[in-house]
Design a protein around this ligand. Structure first.
Ligand SMILES: O=C(O)CCC(=O)C(=O)O
Length: 272
């Protein structure tokens, strides 16, 4: 099992590199879990969030995309002081937030097809990590309630799963407040929820800083709202440049549009 009994970031990062996944137990304290749960519940109630329209999204599953836009309480998730350094170490110190989604699977939800979250990327596999996902459990994950099924080591496969393909999986059982971190190439899918309770979680999907974000954060969030977010999160959603170049606007770092104090090491300043 790749359940880390440590929050030592380098140990966890190494497990994600080797096995494709690791669980960090008890990242969030029970009060914070309750607050996030209550905020997800309120968001779904206000929005009358519908069930999924297909087998992949889950006909007994509800999702709130673009979570940051719904409540400032979610801003703490992508920049968590335990999880973010681990993801940076595996993926890229200049990574981006690719998407932030709340999901709840209801009793009766069938198993989700196995897939890889970086499946839209057409590079030959295996490839260096392009996406790493932190899945925050807001309820206990058990085999009975459909804890995420994983195919350990599958991030090294030369292909992604075929539609409907079966494989030997393990169940990522963990207590509420724990975080499952996995390589975006890892084959996985939600298990069937055979319990009488919801399984609720937040999927925080990061991509390398030079990869296109899954959800277009720059259009998804008003700039005036981004200005209110912590500086690291402003860069994570896209107000920044990669390696001093990618993402510039007329030679400027767009991070300066939401932060007066930014001093970016732009490539042009380094040129002689
Ligand atoms: O239900 C789960 O545990 C995983 C969900 C997932 O992988 C997805 O919706 O892409």
């Amino acid at each position: 099992m790749s359940t880390a009994d440590t929050t030592d970031g380098e140990v966890v990062a190494e497990r994600v590199r080797e096995d494709g996944w690791a669980i960090v137990p008890d990242v969030i304290d029970p009060a914070a879990v309750e607050r996030l749960r209550a905020t997800v519940d309120a968001t779904m109630a206000t929005d009358e969030t519908p069930f999924g329209a297909n087998t992949f999204l889950g006909r007994d599953t509800r999702r709130v995309f673009n979570l940051l836009a719904h409540d400032p309480a979610f801003a703490a998730v992508p920049i968590d002081a335990t999880v973010l350094p681990i993801v940076e170490a595996v993926l890229d110190p200049e990574l981006l937030l690719s998407s932030l989604t709340a999901i709840e699977t209801h009793p009766g939800q069938d198993a989700q097809p196995l897939h890889a979250d970086d499946g839209s990327i057409s590079l030959a596999r295996p490839h260096p990590p392009l996406a790493v996902v932190a899945l925050w459990a807001l309820s206990d994950f058990t085999e009975e309630n459909g804890a995420t099924r994983l195919v350990p080591g599958s991030h090294r496969e030369s292909r992604r799963p075929r539609p409907g393909e079966a494989a030997d999986t393990i169940s990522a059982e963990m207590s509420a407040g724990s975080v499952l971190i996995y390589n975006g190439s890892l084959w996985h899918g939600g298990g069937p929820n055979r319990s009488d309770a919801l399984r609720q979680f937040i999927v925080c999907n990061y991509c390398a800083g030079w990869v296109r974000q899954e959800e277009n954060q720059l259009l998804a969030l008003d700039r005036s709202y981004v200005e209110t977010l912590p500086p690291r999160l402003r860069r994570l959603v896209g107000y920044g440049v990669y390696r001093g170049l990618l993402g510039h606007v007329a030679g400027d770092d767009p991070g300066s549009w939401v932060d007066d104090h930014i001093e970016t090491d732009l490539v042009w300043k380094r040129m002689r």
